[in-house]
Design a protein around this ligand. Structure first.
Ligand code: NAD
Length: 293
């Protein structure tokens, strides 16, 4: 594994990820458009740069953790392909559409760079703790080169398949998560209307066939199950805006492939409505509030 890593995009997720690379003894060259993000990176032990070409100079690998596919495309086409040292490994950890990921990997190959798409599951707490799950798309050789760098930031690094396979796995997983969270919320809301005690319903369903991660690891009912964002008035956790972003990517992928996704589509509609009603900043499990009324 190379010793010097350029890290582009040190926001909520990237700052913790870069700090973990530093903690594992790597030298991190950080670049972000936001001065506050760079300030946090400096405190975490990164070298910071106010121009991207300075950050990319002489590095062994480049990690990007950016908001969306449009920004990833622009950073790759305008800067990375221009300034990256010859042949260095490119790792994009942002969540973006499968098409853009495949295109960036094809362009990277033309320019002589191995590249993987490596979106994450786990959120800000896992980024800070170094316990992310990485779903990785790319050739076996590119995966092998990226694996030790990703392992420094996570506990599971899984080769999902060829170019774009990481993004494909991520949006299928998060579509399932959105749908099970809505289904879990409506089951608790109906249990309540039927006069069941919600802790009792949890005790039964968590050991019965209705059990899911949304119920037993992320229960949307305050005071029931493990401690979750529901117990903190739905602050922190995984924002509704980010769930909606992933559901939109899933709906675009469904349209492109002709996949029939009735439950994912309904979850996307419900999260669209919930976000536009002013709840985009709340944890996504807060959707239960619209079902418990
Ligand atoms: P964020 O908005 O907090 O961070 C993005 C950072 O990129 C910001 O600091 C921003 O200034 C910087 N940036 C934007 N344009 C740039 C450019 N052209 N050059 C350099 N820096 C630029 O977002 P985040 O929450 O850290 O999420 C990053 C990615 O991870 C997204 O794709 C998101 O969907 C994904 N993700 C987020 C979570 C989560 O819980 N936050 C979980 C899983 C995946």
């Amino acid at each position: 594994m190379g010793k010097r890593i350029a890290f582009i995009g040190l926001g909520n997720m990237g700052s913790g990820m870069a700090a973990n690379l530093v903690a594992k003894g790597l030298k991190v060259e950080a670049f972000d458009l936001d001065a506050a993000a760079l300030g946090r990176a400096k405190l975490a032990g990164c070298s910071t740069h106010t121009s991207i070409n300075a950050a990319l100079n002489g590095v062994d690998a480049i990690v990007t953790m950016l908001p969306d596919g449009k920004i990833v495309r622009s950073v790759f086409q305008n800067d990375v392909f221009k300034w990256a040292p010859a042949g260095v490994l490119l790792i994009d950890c942002s969540t973006i559409d499968v098409g853009t990921a495949r295109e960036m990997i094809a362009l990277s190959a033309q320019k002589g760079h191995p590249m993987v798409d490596a979106p994450v599951s786990g959120g800000i707490a896992a980024a800070n703790a170094g316990t992310l799950t990485f779903m990785v798309g790319g050739t076996a050789a590119a995966f092998a080169a990226a694996q030790p760098i990703l392992a420094a930031m996570g506990t599971a690094v899984i080769h999902a398949g060829g170019a774009g396979a990481g993004q494909a796995a991520k949006i299928c997983n998060n579509m399932l998560l959105g749908a099970t969270m809505v289904a879990t919320g409506e089951a608790f809301a109906m249990a309540e209307k039927l006069g069941l005690d919600l802790q009792t319903f949890y005790d039964i369903s968590s050991k019965a066939s209705g059990q899911s991660w949304s119920m037993t690891s992320y229960c949307p009912v305050p005071g029931v199950g493990p401690k979750t964002p529901a117990d903190n008035d739905y602050q922190g956790g995984f924002a509704t805006a980010l769930m909606l972003k992933d559901l939109r990517l899933a709906m675009a992928a469904a349209a492109e492939t002709g996949a029939d996704v009735p439950m994912g589509r309904r979850a996307a509609e419900l999260y669209e409505a919930f976000a536009s009603a002013g709840n985009a900043g709340l944890d996504f499990s807060a959707i239960i509030k619209t079902l418990r009324k």
